[in-house]
Design a protein around this ligand. Structure first.
Ligand SMILES: Nc1ncnc2c1ncn2[C@@H]1O[C@H](COP(=O)(O)OP(=O)(O)OP(=O)(O)O)[C@@H](O)[C@H]1O
Length: 276
């Protein structure tokens, strides 16, 4: 059955962290300015300008193929690894264009971590999965590594479940645990921003709820951008929602406003299930 705008208005909305009011202006963490993106000759993003506030959850919604994942990947230059892509416009992180020639892309991806739809643990132990990023960055001190692994697993709400099996294979974990392990792995490099591309779409309802609770806890300290097909999930976890259509940003606003009183007819049509 199609979702209706009114079905979202009944959802219990959790407040922003730190007791801050939803309407309070927040410092921009990321700013996209007139961003256009191309795969070869095909333009996937058209003139996207938006601000992503710090320490809040911003959800990207819209029908399949509208450019949500492409936009998410521009935020840590993951699209760079796809041949034949190019962009115009700017993506500012704390005011600096991440596409500037002097930006170290490896350092950028540590600052702006990413979690994918399908959990992607390495075929290594739980410990080695989380220690991977710090080790690649050159950290060898065993005590420091152990401390980072423990704190990352705690922040990803997985520590209690795995603390006695750190040297077992990560592949033996359940799907939901693997996804939290991937979040711990992303946290181990001490990022400021977490990009999540449909992080719960392959999980059962109980594991999905754990991931949503985790997102709510993490936004106290991290700026989170999440792509989701699930509008109830966007309504539950996000503070701000951006609606994309055919590569364009139709509107962005407080999640409650987008779901109960969108400015644009196309947004209204989408959230009431008239298309997509
Ligand atoms: N690697 C790629 N090479 C060429 N075109 C691509 C590539 N990835 C995405 N596209 C195209 O870019 C457009 C936007 O795709 P994108 O995956 O960003 O949309 P989306 O909104 O995330 O879709 P979905 O919800 O289905 O994941 C689509 O037309 C898609 O075919």
């Amino acid at each position: 059955m199609a979702n209706t705008a009114s079905s979202f208005s009944g959802l219990v909305k959790r407040p922003l962290g730190n007791g801050e009011a939803l309407k309070e202006p927040r410092k921009p963490k990321i700013e996209s300015r007139s961003l256009c993106f191309y795969y070869g000759d095909a333009q996937a993003l058209h003139d996207i300008s938006m601000v992503i506030p710090e320490r809040a959850v911003t959800a990207l919604i819209g029908p399949s193929g509208c450019g949500k994942s492409t936009f998410l990947r521009t935020l840590n230059r993951m699209n760079d690894i796809i041949e034949g892509t190019r962009h115009t416009g700017e993506i500012l992180l704390d005011g600096q264009d991440i596409y500037d020639s002097d930006v170290d892309v490896v350092a950028l991806r540590k600052q702006v971590g990413m979690v994918f739809q399908k959990s992607t643990p390495f075929p290594k132990s739980i410990f080695d999965n989380v220690a991977y990023g710090p080790r690649v960055a050159g950290l060898k001190d065993k005590e420091k590594l152990a401390s980072i692994v423990e704190s990352s697993l705690k922040r990803a709400a997985l520590w209690k479940e795995v603390q006695t099996r750190m040297h077992e294979s990560a592949m033996a974990l359940s799907g939901g645990q693997q996804q939290r392990l991937c979040i711990a792995r992303a946290l181990a490099t001490d990022p400021q921003v977490l990009l999540m591309d449909e992080p719960a779409s392959a999980l059962d309802p109980a594991s999905t709820a754990r991931i949503e609770d985790l997102i709510f806890e993490l936004k106290e300290n991290y700026t989170i951008v999440i792509v989701t097909h699930n509008m109830q999930q966007a309504a539950r976890v996000s503070d701000f929602t951006a609606f994309f259509l055919k590569g364009s940003l139709i509107e962005i606003g407080d999640t409650e406003q987008i779901f109960t009183n969108p400015r644009e007819k196309q947004t209204q049509d989408y959230i009431t299930g008239r298309f997509g």
